[in-house]
Ligand binder design. Structure first.
Ligand code: PNS
Length: 165
């Protein structure tokens, strides 16, 4: 059984993330979407909300599931017996940060590979930050995020909630 971990903040999960996840799920037997719990980062949604939203999007899919994790990514990978980390690459601007993540993870765990998937063209501009900004000012993000995430964003900003970032 080849297990991969797709880690991130996913605040919130976008259609770009879903595209990478669906493609990764064809390459591995099982993909775990791992939502980082990082108390130092102010997020719009709690880790539990993000995990629930992602699992609602995934529905009955058999080989993908979201959970949250604390601490080092490589430790989590070991815990779930994953052989690979999945990361999406959009533009050249992602490269430096991703190279850093890759290098550190490789140094910490030489046996865990990082597999980079290039974003599909229609999502190469999309980021969680852009989605939050558009949604915060009342813009339509329904083509950028899954339906459940769109509803959650509408609910949050209609009620004036959310942690300003
Ligand atoms: O979606 P993001 O915020 O770019 O994801 C970053 C993430 C969660 C993959 C990265 O911050 C991470 O793996 N954090 C866990 C702590 C860790 O392992 N740090 C060492 C590698 S930087």
């Amino acid at each position: 059984m080849r297990i991969a971990v797709y880690p991130g903040s996913f605040d919130p999960f976008t259609n770009g993330h879903l595209d990478i996840l669906n493609r990764a799920a064809k390459l591995f037997d099982y993909v775990i979407v791992a939502v980082l719990v990082n108390p130092e980062k102010k997020c719009l949604f709690t880790p539990e909300q993000r995990v629930d939203m992602i699992n609602a999007v995934l529905g009955e899919s058999e080989n993908v599931r979201a959970v949250h994790f604390h601490g080092l990514l490589v430790d989590f990978c070991r815990q779930v017996h994953a052989c690979a980390v999945i990361r999406g690459l959009r533009a050249v601007s992602d490269y430096e940060y991703e190279l850093q993540l890759f290098s550190i993870n490789k140094q910490l765990a030489v046996d865990i590979e990082t597999v980079f998937l290039m974003s599909s063209t229609q999502y190469s501009f999309l980021s969680s930050s852009i989605v939050k900004e558009v949604a915060r000012y009342g813009g339509d993000v329904s083509t950028m995020v899954p339906q459940g995430v769109d509803a959650a964003l509408r609910g949050l900003f209609r009620s004036g909630g959310g942690t300003k970032k």
